[in-house]
Design a protein around this ligand. Structure first.
Ligand code: BG6
Length: 486
Protein backbone atom coordinates (compact mmCIF):
# COMPACT_ATOMS: atom_id res chain seq x y z
CA UNK A 1 0.00 0.00 0.00
CA UNK A 2 1.25 3.44 -0.88
CA UNK A 3 2.65 5.70 1.79
CA UNK A 4 0.24 8.30 3.06
CA UNK A 5 0.91 12.00 3.06
CA UNK A 6 2.51 13.18 6.29
CA UNK A 7 -0.13 14.08 8.86
CA UNK A 8 -0.67 15.39 12.36
CA UNK A 9 -3.49 13.53 14.10
CA UNK A 10 -4.93 14.85 17.35
CA UNK A 11 -6.97 12.33 19.27
CA UNK A 12 -9.32 13.96 21.78
CA UNK A 13 -10.47 11.52 24.44
CA UNK A 14 -6.87 10.27 24.33
CA UNK A 15 -7.08 8.09 27.43
CA UNK A 16 -10.47 6.60 26.53
CA UNK A 17 -11.27 3.11 25.33
CA UNK A 18 -11.70 3.97 21.67
CA UNK A 19 -8.33 5.68 21.37
CA UNK A 20 -6.35 3.16 23.35
CA UNK A 21 -8.05 -0.01 22.13
CA UNK A 22 -8.93 0.85 18.53
CA UNK A 23 -7.38 4.00 17.11
CA UNK A 24 -3.82 3.61 18.33
CA UNK A 25 -3.66 -0.11 17.44
CA UNK A 26 -4.99 0.84 13.99
CA UNK A 27 -2.28 3.48 13.55
CA UNK A 28 0.35 1.09 14.89
CA UNK A 29 -0.61 -1.46 12.25
CA UNK A 30 -0.48 1.05 9.41
CA UNK A 31 2.87 2.27 10.69
CA UNK A 32 4.17 -1.29 10.89
CA UNK A 33 2.96 -1.77 7.30
CA UNK A 34 5.15 1.16 6.25
CA UNK A 35 2.27 3.44 5.33
CA UNK A 36 2.86 6.16 7.88
CA UNK A 37 5.76 8.54 7.27
CA UNK A 38 8.22 9.12 10.11
CA UNK A 39 7.44 12.85 9.98
CA UNK A 40 3.81 12.17 10.93
CA UNK A 41 2.74 12.81 14.51
CA UNK A 42 -0.01 11.49 16.74
CA UNK A 43 -1.19 13.36 19.82
CA UNK A 44 -3.23 11.76 22.55
CA UNK A 45 -5.18 14.59 24.16
CA UNK A 46 -6.85 14.27 27.54
CA UNK A 47 -7.78 16.04 30.73
CA UNK A 48 -5.52 13.98 32.98
CA UNK A 49 -2.06 15.21 33.89
CA UNK A 50 0.21 12.51 32.52
CA UNK A 51 3.83 12.51 31.55
CA UNK A 52 4.69 11.16 28.12
CA UNK A 53 6.07 8.05 29.81
CA UNK A 54 2.87 7.46 31.77
CA UNK A 55 0.76 7.89 28.66
CA UNK A 56 3.01 5.62 26.70
CA UNK A 57 2.73 2.91 29.36
CA UNK A 58 -1.05 3.26 29.47
CA UNK A 59 -1.56 2.89 25.75
CA UNK A 60 1.08 0.22 25.44
CA UNK A 61 -0.76 -2.11 27.76
CA UNK A 62 -4.08 -1.50 25.97
CA UNK A 63 -2.49 -2.03 22.56
CA UNK A 64 -0.66 -5.13 23.70
CA UNK A 65 -3.93 -6.61 24.90
CA UNK A 66 -5.82 -5.62 21.77
CA UNK A 67 -3.14 -6.66 19.28
CA UNK A 68 -2.22 -9.95 20.94
CA UNK A 69 0.38 -11.81 18.88
CA UNK A 70 0.67 -8.93 16.44
CA UNK A 71 2.25 -6.74 19.11
CA UNK A 72 5.98 -6.42 18.52
CA UNK A 73 8.10 -4.52 21.03
CA UNK A 74 10.54 -3.07 18.48
CA UNK A 75 7.76 -1.93 16.16
CA UNK A 76 5.91 -0.46 19.08
CA UNK A 77 9.04 1.53 20.06
CA UNK A 78 9.28 2.87 16.52
CA UNK A 79 5.59 3.80 16.42
CA UNK A 80 5.89 5.34 19.88
CA UNK A 81 8.35 7.90 18.53
CA UNK A 82 5.46 9.55 16.68
CA UNK A 83 3.29 9.65 19.78
CA UNK A 84 2.90 12.50 22.27
CA UNK A 85 0.48 13.34 25.05
CA UNK A 86 -1.00 16.79 25.60
CA UNK A 87 -3.09 17.75 28.61
CA UNK A 88 -6.07 19.80 27.51
CA UNK A 89 -9.37 20.26 29.27
CA UNK A 90 -11.69 20.26 26.26
CA UNK A 91 -13.85 23.09 27.59
CA UNK A 92 -11.02 25.34 28.71
CA UNK A 93 -9.94 27.64 25.87
CA UNK A 94 -6.68 28.61 27.60
CA UNK A 95 -5.41 25.00 27.51
CA UNK A 96 -5.39 25.03 23.71
CA UNK A 97 -2.38 27.33 23.59
CA UNK A 98 -0.28 24.19 24.01
CA UNK A 99 -1.60 23.00 20.65
CA UNK A 100 -0.84 26.31 18.94
CA UNK A 101 2.82 25.87 19.87
CA UNK A 102 3.00 22.22 18.88
CA UNK A 103 1.41 22.74 15.49
CA UNK A 104 3.17 25.96 14.50
CA UNK A 105 5.01 25.69 11.18
CA UNK A 106 3.07 22.56 10.10
CA UNK A 107 0.20 24.37 8.37
CA UNK A 108 0.86 22.67 5.04
CA UNK A 109 0.47 19.22 6.52
CA UNK A 110 -2.81 17.29 6.67
CA UNK A 111 -4.20 17.95 10.13
CA UNK A 112 -6.82 15.68 11.63
CA UNK A 113 -8.79 16.35 14.78
CA UNK A 114 -10.47 13.17 15.96
CA UNK A 115 -13.19 13.83 18.55
CA UNK A 116 -13.50 10.63 20.52
CA UNK A 117 -15.38 12.25 23.38
CA UNK A 118 -19.04 12.60 24.30
CA UNK A 119 -20.68 14.53 21.48
CA UNK A 120 -21.81 17.35 23.80
CA UNK A 121 -18.16 18.46 23.82
CA UNK A 122 -17.80 18.65 20.04
CA UNK A 123 -18.93 22.28 19.78
CA UNK A 124 -16.60 23.46 22.56
CA UNK A 125 -13.63 21.64 21.10
CA UNK A 126 -14.27 23.05 17.62
CA UNK A 127 -14.61 26.60 18.91
CA UNK A 128 -11.54 26.33 21.09
CA UNK A 129 -9.48 24.93 18.24
CA UNK A 130 -10.53 27.84 16.06
CA UNK A 131 -9.80 30.25 18.93
CA UNK A 132 -6.28 28.82 19.20
CA UNK A 133 -5.78 29.44 15.47
CA UNK A 134 -5.01 25.81 14.65
CA UNK A 135 -7.82 25.12 12.17
CA UNK A 136 -6.07 25.36 8.81
CA UNK A 137 -7.50 24.91 5.31
CA UNK A 138 -6.07 21.38 5.34
CA UNK A 139 -7.73 20.46 8.64
CA UNK A 140 -10.32 17.71 8.89
CA UNK A 141 -12.45 16.74 11.82
CA UNK A 142 -13.62 13.23 12.63
CA UNK A 143 -16.74 12.86 14.76
CA UNK A 144 -17.34 9.62 16.59
CA UNK A 145 -20.88 8.29 17.01
CA UNK A 146 -23.43 8.62 18.50
CA UNK A 147 -23.65 12.21 17.40
CA UNK A 148 -26.32 13.76 19.63
CA UNK A 149 -29.13 11.77 21.17
CA UNK A 150 -32.01 12.95 19.05
CA UNK A 151 -32.62 15.02 15.95
CA UNK A 152 -32.51 18.36 17.77
CA UNK A 153 -29.28 17.77 19.67
CA UNK A 154 -27.59 16.31 16.58
CA UNK A 155 -28.69 19.31 14.56
CA UNK A 156 -27.28 21.74 17.08
CA UNK A 157 -23.94 19.95 17.24
CA UNK A 158 -23.76 19.80 13.46
CA UNK A 159 -24.47 23.53 13.25
CA UNK A 160 -21.83 24.40 15.82
CA UNK A 161 -19.16 22.16 14.34
CA UNK A 162 -20.25 23.33 10.88
CA UNK A 163 -19.55 26.95 11.86
CA UNK A 164 -15.85 26.03 12.10
CA UNK A 165 -15.43 23.18 9.60
CA UNK A 166 -16.97 22.99 6.12
CA UNK A 167 -19.12 19.90 5.49
CA UNK A 168 -16.46 18.50 3.14
CA UNK A 169 -14.03 18.60 6.06
CA UNK A 170 -16.30 16.68 8.44
CA UNK A 171 -15.89 12.91 8.70
CA UNK A 172 -18.76 11.36 10.70
CA UNK A 173 -17.74 7.87 11.65
CA UNK A 174 -19.86 4.80 11.57
CA UNK A 175 -17.19 2.16 11.88
CA UNK A 176 -19.43 -0.50 10.32
CA UNK A 177 -18.94 1.26 7.01
CA UNK A 178 -15.21 0.64 7.33
CA UNK A 179 -15.55 -3.11 7.75
CA UNK A 180 -14.17 -5.16 4.89
CA UNK A 181 -17.30 -7.25 4.95
CA UNK A 182 -19.55 -4.25 4.47
CA UNK A 183 -17.48 -3.20 1.50
CA UNK A 184 -17.90 -6.70 0.19
CA UNK A 185 -21.62 -6.28 0.38
CA UNK A 186 -21.25 -3.34 -1.98
CA UNK A 187 -19.06 -5.51 -4.21
CA UNK A 188 -21.64 -8.27 -4.22
CA UNK A 189 -24.50 -5.95 -5.12
CA UNK A 190 -22.78 -3.56 -7.49
CA UNK A 191 -19.92 -5.63 -8.89
CA UNK A 192 -22.20 -8.40 -10.18
CA UNK A 193 -25.12 -7.98 -12.52
CA UNK A 194 -26.58 -11.28 -11.35
CA UNK A 195 -28.25 -10.11 -8.18
CA UNK A 196 -29.74 -6.84 -9.33
CA UNK A 197 -32.81 -8.26 -11.14
CA UNK A 198 -33.58 -10.41 -8.07
CA UNK A 199 -33.15 -7.62 -5.57
CA UNK A 200 -36.73 -6.46 -5.23
CA UNK A 201 -40.29 -7.12 -4.19
CA UNK A 202 -41.90 -10.10 -5.83
CA UNK A 203 -38.67 -12.08 -5.56
CA UNK A 204 -37.48 -11.24 -2.08
CA UNK A 205 -39.89 -12.02 0.73
CA UNK A 206 -38.09 -10.43 3.60
CA UNK A 207 -34.68 -9.40 4.84
CA UNK A 208 -33.17 -9.89 8.29
CA UNK A 209 -30.32 -7.92 9.76
CA UNK A 210 -28.85 -9.22 13.00
CA UNK A 211 -26.00 -7.64 14.93
CA UNK A 212 -25.61 -9.81 18.00
CA UNK A 213 -22.95 -9.35 20.67
CA UNK A 214 -21.80 -11.62 23.46
CA UNK A 215 -20.29 -8.70 25.35
CA UNK A 216 -22.20 -6.77 27.97
CA UNK A 217 -21.74 -3.06 28.63
CA UNK A 218 -18.11 -3.56 29.77
CA UNK A 219 -16.64 -0.40 31.28
CA UNK A 220 -19.09 1.85 29.52
CA UNK A 221 -22.03 1.66 31.92
CA UNK A 222 -22.36 5.40 32.34
CA UNK A 223 -22.44 6.06 28.62
CA UNK A 224 -24.61 3.08 27.83
CA UNK A 225 -27.25 3.70 30.46
CA UNK A 226 -28.10 7.07 28.94
CA UNK A 227 -27.88 5.74 25.39
CA UNK A 228 -29.38 2.26 24.98
CA UNK A 229 -29.30 -0.10 22.03
CA UNK A 230 -31.63 1.94 19.82
CA UNK A 231 -29.27 4.92 19.81
CA UNK A 232 -26.04 2.99 20.20
CA UNK A 233 -26.60 0.48 17.40
CA UNK A 234 -29.84 0.84 15.44
CA UNK A 235 -29.62 4.56 14.67
CA UNK A 236 -26.26 4.05 13.01
CA UNK A 237 -24.84 0.58 12.34
CA UNK A 238 -28.08 -1.26 11.60
CA UNK A 239 -29.58 1.54 9.53
CA UNK A 240 -26.37 1.83 7.54
CA UNK A 241 -26.42 -1.89 6.81
CA UNK A 242 -30.04 -1.57 5.81
CA UNK A 243 -29.14 1.30 3.47
CA UNK A 244 -26.45 -0.72 1.74
CA UNK A 245 -28.82 -3.66 1.33
CA UNK A 246 -31.67 -1.54 0.03
CA UNK A 247 -30.10 1.37 -1.88
CA UNK A 248 -30.41 1.81 -5.61
CA UNK A 249 -27.18 1.28 -7.56
CA UNK A 250 -25.32 4.62 -7.39
CA UNK A 251 -24.09 6.19 -10.61
CA UNK A 252 -20.50 6.00 -9.38
CA UNK A 253 -18.55 5.28 -6.23
CA UNK A 254 -18.08 8.99 -5.54
CA UNK A 255 -18.87 9.91 -1.95
CA UNK A 256 -21.95 11.92 -2.79
CA UNK A 257 -23.29 9.48 -5.35
CA UNK A 258 -23.24 6.74 -2.70
CA UNK A 259 -24.52 8.94 0.09
CA UNK A 260 -27.36 10.32 -2.04
CA UNK A 261 -28.68 6.80 -2.57
CA UNK A 262 -28.40 5.85 1.10
CA UNK A 263 -30.23 9.02 2.03
CA UNK A 264 -33.14 8.08 -0.23
CA UNK A 265 -33.54 4.82 1.67
CA UNK A 266 -33.54 6.55 5.04
CA UNK A 267 -36.10 9.04 3.84
CA UNK A 268 -38.32 6.28 2.48
CA UNK A 269 -38.47 4.39 5.77
CA UNK A 270 -42.06 4.27 6.91
CA UNK A 271 -42.31 6.11 10.23
CA UNK A 272 -43.16 3.98 13.25
CA UNK A 273 -45.64 6.13 15.06
CA UNK A 274 -47.81 5.84 18.13
CA UNK A 275 -49.06 2.31 18.65
CA UNK A 276 -46.79 0.92 15.92
CA UNK A 277 -44.10 0.63 18.55
CA UNK A 278 -46.20 -1.94 20.37
CA UNK A 279 -46.51 -4.26 17.40
CA UNK A 280 -43.40 -3.51 15.36
CA UNK A 281 -40.69 -3.08 17.97
CA UNK A 282 -39.39 -5.08 20.91
CA UNK A 283 -37.21 -3.72 23.70
CA UNK A 284 -35.24 -6.05 25.91
CA UNK A 285 -32.85 -5.92 28.84
CA UNK A 286 -30.62 -8.81 29.89
CA UNK A 287 -30.79 -10.41 33.25
CA UNK A 288 -28.15 -12.67 34.75
CA UNK A 289 -27.36 -15.78 32.77
CA UNK A 290 -24.40 -17.47 31.14
CA UNK A 291 -22.62 -16.75 27.88
CA UNK A 292 -20.72 -19.75 26.51
CA UNK A 293 -21.08 -21.41 29.87
CA UNK A 294 -19.61 -18.49 31.82
CA UNK A 295 -22.00 -16.93 34.34
CA UNK A 296 -22.52 -13.20 33.79
CA UNK A 297 -24.42 -10.59 35.80
CA UNK A 298 -27.63 -8.94 34.67
CA UNK A 299 -27.64 -5.43 33.23
CA UNK A 300 -28.90 -3.91 36.47
CA UNK A 301 -25.99 -5.44 38.36
CA UNK A 302 -23.35 -3.95 36.04
CA UNK A 303 -21.19 -1.02 37.21
CA UNK A 304 -22.57 2.52 36.75
CA UNK A 305 -26.10 1.43 35.86
CA UNK A 306 -29.02 3.19 37.59
CA UNK A 307 -30.80 0.95 40.11
CA UNK A 308 -34.10 0.68 38.21
CA UNK A 309 -32.79 1.51 34.78
CA UNK A 310 -35.18 0.94 31.90
CA UNK A 311 -32.49 1.28 29.25
CA UNK A 312 -32.79 -1.35 26.53
CA UNK A 313 -29.88 -3.64 25.70
CA UNK A 314 -31.83 -5.35 22.93
CA UNK A 315 -34.02 -4.10 20.10
CA UNK A 316 -35.89 -5.98 17.41
CA UNK A 317 -38.04 -4.16 14.92
CA UNK A 318 -39.81 -4.38 11.63
CA UNK A 319 -38.90 -1.68 9.13
CA UNK A 320 -40.67 -1.02 5.85
CA UNK A 321 -39.35 0.98 2.93
CA UNK A 322 -41.95 2.81 0.91
CA UNK A 323 -40.50 2.58 -2.59
CA UNK A 324 -41.42 0.67 -5.74
CA UNK A 325 -38.55 -1.70 -5.17
CA UNK A 326 -39.35 -2.57 -1.59
CA UNK A 327 -43.10 -2.10 -1.09
CA UNK A 328 -44.37 -4.99 0.99
CA UNK A 329 -40.92 -6.43 1.82
CA UNK A 330 -40.29 -6.27 5.57
CA UNK A 331 -36.78 -5.69 6.90
CA UNK A 332 -36.43 -7.20 10.36
CA UNK A 333 -33.63 -5.67 12.41
CA UNK A 334 -32.29 -7.09 15.64
CA UNK A 335 -29.41 -6.23 17.91
CA UNK A 336 -28.50 -6.93 21.49
CA UNK A 337 -25.82 -7.35 24.09
CA UNK A 338 -25.16 -10.58 25.97
CA UNK A 339 -26.73 -12.72 23.29
CA UNK A 340 -25.83 -16.30 22.53
CA UNK A 341 -23.27 -15.57 19.86
CA UNK A 342 -21.26 -12.78 18.33
CA UNK A 343 -22.80 -12.60 14.93
CA UNK A 344 -23.49 -10.00 12.28
CA UNK A 345 -25.54 -11.44 9.51
CA UNK A 346 -27.81 -10.31 6.70
CA UNK A 347 -30.31 -12.85 5.47
CA UNK A 348 -32.28 -12.40 2.28
CA UNK A 349 -35.17 -14.80 1.92
CA UNK A 350 -36.23 -15.32 -1.68
CA UNK A 351 -39.63 -16.44 -2.79
CA UNK A 352 -40.53 -20.08 -3.07
CA UNK A 353 -41.52 -21.53 -6.42
CA UNK A 354 -45.04 -20.39 -7.31
CA UNK A 355 -46.21 -23.92 -7.98
CA UNK A 356 -44.40 -26.89 -6.40
CA UNK A 357 -44.13 -29.93 -8.61
CA UNK A 358 -42.01 -31.94 -6.18
CA UNK A 359 -42.83 -33.14 -2.73
CA UNK A 360 -42.48 -30.11 -0.46
CA UNK A 361 -39.53 -30.45 1.91
CA UNK A 362 -40.45 -30.07 5.56
CA UNK A 363 -38.18 -27.04 5.95
CA UNK A 364 -38.78 -24.73 3.00
CA UNK A 365 -38.04 -21.67 5.14
CA UNK A 366 -34.47 -22.88 5.46
CA UNK A 367 -33.93 -22.69 1.68
CA UNK A 368 -34.04 -19.91 -0.88
CA UNK A 369 -31.75 -17.93 1.37
CA UNK A 370 -28.78 -15.72 0.75
CA UNK A 371 -26.87 -15.38 3.99
CA UNK A 372 -24.18 -12.74 4.11
CA UNK A 373 -22.18 -13.10 7.27
CA UNK A 374 -20.03 -10.17 8.24
CA UNK A 375 -18.79 -11.29 11.66
CA UNK A 376 -17.07 -13.15 13.22
CA UNK A 377 -16.06 -14.72 9.91
CA UNK A 378 -16.91 -13.41 6.49
CA UNK A 379 -18.91 -15.65 4.23
CA UNK A 380 -21.61 -15.69 1.61
CA UNK A 381 -23.91 -18.68 1.49
CA UNK A 382 -26.72 -19.35 -0.91
CA UNK A 383 -29.01 -22.05 0.39
CA UNK A 384 -30.92 -23.74 -2.37
CA UNK A 385 -32.98 -26.88 -2.64
CA UNK A 386 -31.30 -29.92 -4.18
CA UNK A 387 -32.46 -33.44 -4.71
CA UNK A 388 -31.91 -35.74 -1.78
CA UNK A 389 -29.95 -38.71 -3.17
CA UNK A 390 -31.89 -41.88 -3.58
CA UNK A 391 -35.24 -42.91 -4.81
CA UNK A 392 -37.99 -40.39 -5.30
CA UNK A 393 -37.84 -36.66 -5.85
CA UNK A 394 -37.37 -35.32 -2.39
CA UNK A 395 -35.67 -31.96 -1.99
CA UNK A 396 -33.34 -30.85 0.72
CA UNK A 397 -31.66 -27.48 1.51
CA UNK A 398 -27.95 -27.40 0.64
CA UNK A 399 -25.40 -24.63 0.79
CA UNK A 400 -23.35 -23.00 -1.93
CA UNK A 401 -20.84 -21.51 0.45
CA UNK A 402 -18.01 -19.04 0.03
CA UNK A 403 -15.66 -18.40 2.91
CA UNK A 404 -13.97 -15.12 2.07
CA UNK A 405 -11.22 -15.47 4.68
CA UNK A 406 -10.26 -18.86 3.24
CA UNK A 407 -10.46 -17.59 -0.33
CA UNK A 408 -8.25 -14.55 0.05
CA UNK A 409 -6.05 -15.88 2.88
CA UNK A 410 -5.14 -12.44 4.10
CA UNK A 411 -5.97 -10.39 7.14
CA UNK A 412 -8.59 -7.76 6.37
CA UNK A 413 -7.95 -4.23 7.52
CA UNK A 414 -9.69 -3.40 10.76
CA UNK A 415 -12.50 -0.88 10.21
CA UNK A 416 -10.61 1.89 11.99
CA UNK A 417 -7.44 1.27 9.98
CA UNK A 418 -9.36 1.86 6.80
CA UNK A 419 -11.32 4.82 8.10
CA UNK A 420 -8.32 6.60 9.61
CA UNK A 421 -6.44 6.19 6.37
CA UNK A 422 -9.42 7.55 4.48
CA UNK A 423 -9.39 10.68 6.61
CA UNK A 424 -5.72 11.17 5.76
CA UNK A 425 -6.40 10.59 2.05
CA UNK A 426 -9.48 12.80 2.14
CA UNK A 427 -11.98 10.17 1.02
CA UNK A 428 -15.46 10.79 2.41
CA UNK A 429 -17.30 7.84 0.85
CA UNK A 430 -17.44 5.78 4.04
CA UNK A 431 -18.53 8.62 6.28
CA UNK A 432 -22.02 9.88 7.01
CA UNK A 433 -23.19 13.14 5.59
CA UNK A 434 -25.17 15.53 7.76
CA UNK A 435 -28.47 14.90 5.97
CA UNK A 436 -28.08 11.12 6.39
CA UNK A 437 -27.60 11.50 10.10
CA UNK A 438 -30.57 13.80 10.30
CA UNK A 439 -32.79 11.35 8.40
CA UNK A 440 -31.68 8.49 10.65
CA UNK A 441 -32.56 10.41 13.81
CA UNK A 442 -35.90 11.46 12.33
CA UNK A 443 -36.83 7.82 11.99
CA UNK A 444 -35.50 6.83 15.40
CA UNK A 445 -36.97 9.64 17.52
CA UNK A 446 -40.65 8.62 17.14
CA UNK A 447 -39.76 5.10 18.30
CA UNK A 448 -38.37 6.46 21.54
CA UNK A 449 -41.31 8.80 21.87
CA UNK A 450 -43.70 5.86 21.35
CA UNK A 451 -41.95 3.81 24.01
CA UNK A 452 -42.32 6.70 26.45
CA UNK A 453 -45.91 7.39 25.52
CA UNK A 454 -47.03 3.80 26.04
CA UNK A 455 -44.64 3.15 28.92
CA UNK A 456 -43.13 0.29 26.94
CA UNK A 457 -40.48 -1.07 29.29
CA UNK A 458 -37.81 -3.52 28.20
CA UNK A 459 -38.70 -7.19 28.46
CA UNK A 460 -36.23 -9.29 30.38
CA UNK A 461 -34.14 -11.89 28.58
CA UNK A 462 -31.60 -14.28 29.98
CA UNK A 463 -28.00 -13.42 29.13
CA UNK A 464 -26.77 -15.97 26.63
CA UNK A 465 -30.15 -16.33 24.88
CA UNK A 466 -31.34 -14.78 21.61
CA UNK A 467 -33.32 -12.03 23.35
CA UNK A 468 -36.87 -11.84 24.67
CA UNK A 469 -39.52 -14.23 23.38
CA UNK A 470 -41.37 -11.22 21.98
CA UNK A 471 -38.63 -10.93 19.35
CA UNK A 472 -39.57 -14.33 17.89
CA UNK A 473 -43.22 -13.36 18.12
CA UNK A 474 -42.57 -10.12 16.20
CA UNK A 475 -41.29 -11.93 13.13
CA UNK A 476 -43.52 -14.96 13.77
CA UNK A 477 -46.67 -12.85 13.34
CA UNK A 478 -45.73 -12.48 9.68
CA UNK A 479 -45.18 -16.21 9.32
CA UNK A 480 -41.37 -16.04 9.42
CA UNK A 481 -38.64 -16.95 11.90
CA UNK A 482 -35.18 -15.60 12.67
CA UNK A 483 -32.44 -17.45 10.86
CA UNK A 484 -31.13 -19.09 14.04
CA UNK A 485 -34.61 -20.46 14.73
CA UNK A 486 -34.99 -22.29 11.44
C1 BG6 B 1 -20.09 0.43 18.91
C2 BG6 B 1 -21.06 0.40 20.05
O1 BG6 B 1 -20.41 1.46 18.00
O2 BG6 B 1 -20.14 -0.82 18.22
C3 BG6 B 1 -20.75 -0.74 20.99
O3 BG6 B 1 -21.00 1.64 20.74
C4 BG6 B 1 -20.66 -2.05 20.24
O4 BG6 B 1 -21.72 -0.83 22.03
C5 BG6 B 1 -19.75 -1.91 19.02
O5 BG6 B 1 -20.15 -3.01 21.12
C6 BG6 B 1 -19.82 -3.16 18.16
O6 BG6 B 1 -18.83 -3.07 17.16
P1 BG6 B 1 -18.14 -4.36 16.54
O7 BG6 B 1 -17.22 -3.82 15.51
O8 BG6 B 1 -17.46 -5.06 17.67
O9 BG6 B 1 -19.25 -5.18 15.96
Amino acid sequence: MAQLPTFDMLLFGGTGDLVTRKLLPALYRRHAAGQVSEESRVFGIGRKSLTRGEYFALVQSACREFLGKEFDAARWEAFGRLLQYVRVDASNGADYAALTDLLAGREQIVRIFFFSTASNLFADISQNLAGAGVVTPLSRVVLEKPLGNDVASADLINQQVGAIFAETRIYRIDHYLGKEAVQNLMALRFGNALFEPLWRRGLIRHVQITVAEELGVERRGQFYDTTGALRDMVQNHLLQLLCIMAMEPPASSDPDAVRDEKLKVLRALRPLRDRDVLTKTVRGQYKAGAVRGVPVPGYLEEADIAAHSTTETFVALKAEIDTWRWAGVPFYLRTGKRLQDRLTELVVTFDEVPHPIFEKPPTTQAANLLVIRLQPDESITLTILAKNPGEGMRLKPVDLALDLGETFKTRSLDAYERLLMDTVKGNLTLFMRRDELDAAWRWIDPIRAGWDQYDERPKAYVAGSWGPAASSALIGRDGYAWHDEL
